[in-house]
Design a protein around this ligand. Structure first.
Ligand SMILES: C[S@@+](CC[C@H](N)C(=O)[O-])C[C@H]1O[C@@H](n2cnc3c(N)ncnc32)[C@H](O)[C@@H]1O
Length: 315
C-alpha cells in the first residue's frame, strides 16, 4: 500500500527547518541503531523528522502487509484499534486504511513523536486519539485489533513477559506484532509466540497452526514490503534506488481456532520453470517443497502465488 502523499509532503516541509547535513547525521544514527538491532528512542526533534523521512515509509509498508495477511485470515470486521508504541502513527494509519474502524487509540511515551503522529493522522483523517503514556505502567485500553510495531525489541525477561500479558489482555480479537526481519528478531518473535500461547492465544498468521515453529533452528521466517523513496529519503540515505524493500517478521494472535489450518503459507519466492512451478510451503505438516505442473488443478493459483500468500494443501 502506498504511503500517503499528504504525509510525504508534510515531512518534506518539516525537513526544510533543518540543514540537510544535520538530518543526514540523524538518519545515520537511526540506521546505525537499526543495524546494531537496538530500538529507536528519539533524542532530538531532528531525529524524529529523520525517522519520519527514512523509517516511517518502511514501517508503514511492513505493518500494512502484516495487517493485510492477518486480516485476510481473520475475515471479520474491526471497529476499534489500539496502536501501542505508536511513534509517528505508521500502524494507526495502516489500520485505518485497511479496516472500517471507527476509533483508534495511540499510546506513545515520547511527547514529540506523539505530536507528529497526531498531526500526520489528522492529515489523512484517521480517527485517532493520542495518549502520552508509558506502557510499562500497564495498559487499561482494550480494542478489537491491537497493533504493536517495532517497539518490543528493547524489552526482555520479566518486562517483556508483563508487556505481552498486557497486550494479550487488551486484545478483543487480534493482536499483531511486527518486528525487524532479522534472524535475531525472528528468534524473539518465536519466544513471544510461546509466551502468548501460554496466555491462551492462538496463532492466526503467518503460521496457519499453533505450537512449535516448523522451520529448522538456523532458518528464519520473514517477509518483504516495498516502500518508495522520496528525493529527501534518497538524500538522507545516500541511496539511488527509488524504493527500498523492508524485511520484517510478524505475528498475529487471536483466541479463536485458525480458520485456514488446512492451508500453507508460501515461504519463498516461487521458482518458475517451463510448465512447472516450485513452491516452498509451511503448514501444520511441516516444511515442504511442492512441484506444481500444468496438469495440476492448482497451477493457475501457483502462477499467481507470492511469498507470504496462503496456498491450499491437498489432502
Ligand atoms: C521504532 S518506534 C516505532 C513506531 C511505530 N510503531 C512504527 O512502526 O513506526 C518505537 C516507538 O515505541 C515507543 N515506545 C517504546 N517503549 C515504549 C513504552 N514503554 N511506552 C510507550 N511507548 C513506547 C517509542 O517512543 C517509539 O516512538
Amino acid at each position: 500500500m502506498e504511503f500517503p502523499s499528504a504525509i510525504r509532503e508534510r515531512i518534506s516541509e518539516l525537513s526544510e527547518e533543518y540543514d540537510i547535513k544535520t538530518l543526514i547525521r540523524a538518519a545515520e544514527r537511526i540506521s546505525e541503531g537499526y543495524r546494531s538491532e537496538q530500538g529507536f528512542s528519539a533524542s532530538s526533534r531532528e531525529e524524529i523528522i529523520a525517522y519520519a523521512s527514512v523509517r516511517m515509509p518502511a514501517t508503514f509498508a511492513a505493518v500494512s502487509r502484516a495487517l493485510e495477511l492477518s486480516l485476510e485470515v481473520f475475515g471479520g470486521k474491526i471497529s476499534t484499534v489500539l496502536d501501542v508504541g505508536a511513534g509517528t502513527g505508521a500502524g494507526a494509519i495502516a489500520a485505518d486504511l485497511l479496516t472500517d474502524c471507527e476509533r483508534i487509540t495511540c499510546l506513545e511515551r515520547d511527547g514529540d513523536m506523539l505530536s507528529l503522529g497526531e498531526e500526520f493522522c489528522g492529515l489523512v483523517g484517521a480517527p485517532t486519539e493520542w495518549v502520552k503514556y508509558d506502557i510499562s505502567d500497564g495498559i487499561s485500553e482494550r480494542a478489537e485489533l491491537v497493533v504493536c510495531s517495532y517497539c518490543l525489541n528493547e524489552l526482555n525477561g520479566k518486562t517483556l513477559r508483563e508487556t505481552l500479558e498486557r497486550l494479550a489482555n487488551s486484545t478483543e480479537k487480534i493482536l499483531v506484532i511486527v518486528e525487524r526481519g532479522t534472524p535475531k528478531a525472528f528468534g524473539e518473535i518465536k519466544e513471544i509466540r510461546k509466551t502468548l500461547e501460554a496466555f491462551g492465544m492462538k496463532v492466526l498468521a503467518p503460521c496457519t497452526f499453533s505450537g512449535e515453529c516448523k522451520l529448522p533452528q538456523k532458518d528464519w521466517c520473514h517477509f518483504t514490503a516495498r516502500a518508495s523513496r522520496t528525493a529527501l529519503h534518497r538524500k538522507l540515505k545516500n541511496a539511488d534506488a527509488p524504493y527500498e524493500d523492508e524485511k520484517f517478521c510478524f505475528l498475529a494472535m487471536t483466541r479463536e481456532e485458525n480458520p485456514v489450518e488446512n492451508s500453507a503459507r508460501v515461504l519463498r519466492h516461487p521458482i518458475i520453470g517451463s510448465g512447472k512451478i516450485t513452491l516452498e510451503l509451511c503448514s501444520a505438516d511441516g516444511i515442504s517443497t511442492k512441484l506444481i505442473t500444468r496438469k495440476t488443478p492448482l497451477f493457475k493459483q501457483a502462477r499467481k502465488a507470492k511469498t507470504g500468500d496462503l496456498f491450499p494443501m491437498e489432502k
